[in-house]
Design a protein around this ligand. Sequence first.
Ligand code: GRF
Length: 187
Amino acid sequence: MLASGTGSLTKALIDAERSGELQAHLVAVGADREAPVLDIAAAAGVPTFLVFPADFTSRDGWNQALAQAVAAFDPGLVVSAGFMRILGAPYLDRLGRITINTHPAMLPAFPGAHAVRDALAAGISQTGCTVHRVTADMDAGPILAQTPVPVRPGDTEEILHERIKRVERTQLVAVVNRIAAGEIVLN
Ligand code: GRF
C-alpha cells in the first residue's frame, strides 16, 4: 500500500482483511511523508515505511529508493490510494506491472490531483471513481474498474469526495479480490 493522506481507503482494506472479506494480506503501508495513514497502519500492526523525497537529490533517486523499499516486502500487488507522488521509471520498471491506483473520477475524465474539485466545477450530475494500472502516463493506465457516483446540489468538494471515497472503498476491495482470484490478470 502506498498512501500519503488520511488513509480511509487503507483502513478499508485493513478492515476488510480483518473481517475476512479481503482475499489478500496487507504486508506494509509506505508513504512519502508523515501522514495519518501511517498511524492507522501502525495501530493495526501493519509494518510501515517512509521514503522522503527530500532525502534524495533526484526524482529518479527517490523512485529507486521507493522501489527498493516496496520490493523488500516482496508484494504480489501494490495499491496506491491517495499517494501524492508521480511514480517514475525506476519504480515502474521494477513494480509498475503489479501497481494499481484508485482515482476519484471516471477516467479519462478529470485526471490529476484535483479530480473532485474539477468535476464539481464542471457542473456535471455524475462523476465516479476508477481503479487502473499505474503506467508512466499519470492516471492513464488500463482501467480495471469504474463506478459512477452522483453529484448532488449543494455538494462541496469535501462532501462529494467523501461520497466518492465510500464507493472507492468497496470498489477497491472488489478489485483486489478479483486480482487475487485471477479474474483480473495484471500484465
Ligand atoms: C482517494 O479518493 C483517492 O482516490 C485519492 O486520494 C483519496 C485517498 O483517500 N487519490 P484516503 O487518504 O485513503 O482517505
